[in-house]
Ligand binder design. Structure first.
Ligand code: PXP
Length: 245
């Protein structure tokens, strides 16, 4: 399983002062030293944290790769097509949201055509393309039909569930991961994962990639980025070792 670290919130702190620190590029170097297997950033339409400059410098600096999260917006899409990150993850975006709420809406022919076009353009440029979706059967099947390489299952409902309801959410994620594999998609997961709740998700055999941001950046404030990533990686690797692979 690959652990990708989302560094948006390093840029969020920088933008709180509209200055040049902390720099997500420096954070990425330390995250890689801690074992991050790629760096994820979300270039939002409003550029509220990560900017083009960050993505370009990250792409020229990291030794692993950059997973660029982007909405279906022509400006950001053209940017991705021009600079070609290792992976693109299509996400929904609403200006007033604090973070990505819910997965991509793949309902309706017009919407599906838009997503299929974006996937085809990204894949045509040699970019591995993933769709951030809720763990719902029809959405998984549609993702396959739209030509994606991978899906990223939204783990927010699991992360927000009360303890007594967690097992039910885990079951949804397990079923979704297994269906994703069955239809021939690579299956990733992320959103709201923390040091406290990551283990059962990391233990889902069909998952091959986790995207974790806020919790790691938060811990990095106290223990440093390299150690924060290493500690998360240790939890993920321990869960996988218990699986026997
Ligand atoms: N995956 C996707 C598609 C996201 O949009 C985000 C948040 O930017 C994450 C994973 C990471 O979520 P968190 O910051 O809660 O770990």
């Amino acid at each position: 399983m690959r652990l990708y670290i989302n560094l948006d919130h390093v840029a969020t702190v920088r933008e709180a002062r509209k200055t040049d620190e902390p720099d997500p590029v420096r954070a990425a170097v330390l995250a890689e030293l801690g074992g991050a297997q790629a760096i994820t950033v979300h270039l939002r339409e409003d550029r509220r944290h990560v900017k083009e400059r960050d993505v370009l410098l990250l792409m020229g600096t990291v030794r692993t790769g950059v997973n660029l999260e982007l909405a279906l917006e022509e400006g950001v899409l053209s940017f991705a097509l021009e600079y070609r990150p290792m992976q693109a993850t299509l996400v929904p975006e609403r200006r007033e949201e604090v973070t990505t709420e819910g997965g991509l809406d793949l309902g309706g022919t017009k919407r599906q055509q838009q997503v299929a076009d974006a996937v085809a353009r990204l894949r045509g440029a040699g970019i591995r393309t993933s769709l951030f979706i809720d763990p719902v059967e029809t959405t998984i099947r549609v993702s396959k039909d739209l030509g994606a390489d991978a899906i990223e299952l939204h783990t927010g409902e699991y992360a927000n569930a009360a303890l007594f309801a967690r097992e039910e959410q885990l079951q949804r994620l397990r079923a979704a991961a297994s269906l994703g594999r069955e239809v021939g998609l690579a299956v990733h997961a992320g959103h709201g994962l923390t040091y406290e709740n990551v283990t059962p998700v990391a233990a889902i055999a069909e998952l091959e990639e986790l995207n974790i941001g806020h919790s790691v950046v938060s811990r990095a404030i106290f223990v440093g980025m390299e150690r924060a990533v290493r500690e998360m990686l240790e939890l993920v690797e321990a869960a996988r070792a218990r699986l026997g692979g």
